[in-house]
Design a protein around this ligand. Structure first.
Ligand SMILES: C[S@@+](CC[C@H](N)C(=O)[O-])C[C@H]1O[C@@H](n2cnc3c(N)ncnc32)[C@H](O)[C@@H]1O
Length: 282
């Protein structure tokens, strides 16, 4: 079907969605006759997939950890790799001293809100901040915050990088899945990504590393001394990105692998004191 890797599995998944059944139950229901409405709905979804519309766009939601997030063309469809970053952030926050309240966390480039909302859901007393340059993405993130009952607990910032973020805010933790695809590689990506994820969410500049250089230079002054920055990495970027952060004076780097064994998350700590350009780190 249209160059898809697992057409049968995808078809079963969409059929199960229309019938509101777990996919494994389809075998038991194999003699069930579809109503005209169900047939039409399945036909529309299959037609969409044949045109390489992401299944999450067809259904309108994406699964992320234990949550279901609204997604559409305004945001990147959250990926399983990013669930790994969210889990690492949750484990990290669980280790912070309880008397330090409120813990303040920022999601730089929040998109659908997948990272900050799934983290905030685990820590009722955490102060959560979400930043994005896309007003459309923030609309989706706010909708997801509403759906998850977190609307009053997350502050949303429309900001190009840190430029419009209020200056007095300092965070215990910054998480980010920044755009990291080299510009010229975007055209080579699968149609579901190339044609449906926002270009703004993908484009990391000529070598894909523009946002890492920016974060290495600028995010120290947004952290408390000893605060951490946790970032998702693109395939094969770990060594170069770690070097960028070492040279900018960050400490304690660790690189964490995803379930496929790919180096996927870089964790660094800001020691405080002076930034590279000689200004105070906080
Ligand atoms: C790879 S997506 C990540 C979305 C979401 N955090 C996730 O993991 O699914 C990167 C996000 O960064 C945002 N972004 C791109 N350029 C930005 C900028 N200059 N300032 C702030 N956010 C930016 C995009 O709009 C997009 O939502």
């Amino acid at each position: 079907m249209a160059g898809l890797d697992s057409p049968r599995l995808e078809a079963e998944w969409l059929l199960a969605h229309v019938l509101r059944l777990p996919r494994m139950r389809l075998v038991l229901e194999s003699r069930k006759e579809l109503s005209p409405i169900e047939l039409d709905a399945v036909g529309q979804l299959l037609n969409g997939r044949c045109h390489r519309v992401p299944s999450q766009h067809l259904i309108g939601t994406a699964a992320f950890l234990r949550h279901e997030l609204v997604v559409d063309r305004r945001v990147l469809v959250p990926r399983p790799e990013t669930e790994g970053l969210a889990m690492l952030a949750i484990q990290h926050l669980q280790r912070l001293p309880l008397q330090k309240t409120p813990i303040r966390t920022l999601d730089f480039g929040t998109g659908s809100g997948a990272l900050i909302l799934s983290i905030a859901a685990e820590f009722p007393s955490m102060e959560a901040h979400a930043l994005d340059v896309s007003v459309d993405a923030l609309d989706v993130a706010k909708q997801n915050a509403d759906r998850m009952g977190l609307a009053g607990r997350v502050r949303f910032h429309l900001s190009d990088r840190f430029l419009q973020l209020p200056p007095g805010l300092h965070f215990d933790l910054i998480v980010s899945n920044p755009p990291y695809i080299p510009t010229t590689e975007i055209e080579t990506l699968a149609p579901e990504v190339r044609d449906f994820d926002p270009r703004l969410a993908l484009d990391g500049g000529t070598d894909g590393l523009d946002f890492y250089r920016y974060l290495a230079r600028e995010s120290g002054r947004r952290l408390i001394p000893g605060g951490n920055l946790m970032m998702e990495l693109g395939f094969g970027q770990a060594r170069e990105v770690a070097e960028i952060f070492q040279k900018a004076g960050w400490m304690d780097e660790s690189v964490e692998k995803d379930l496929s064994g790919i180096e996927r998350v870089l964790i660094v700590r800001w020691p405080g004191g002076l930034n590279q350009d000689g200004q105070e780190g906080i």
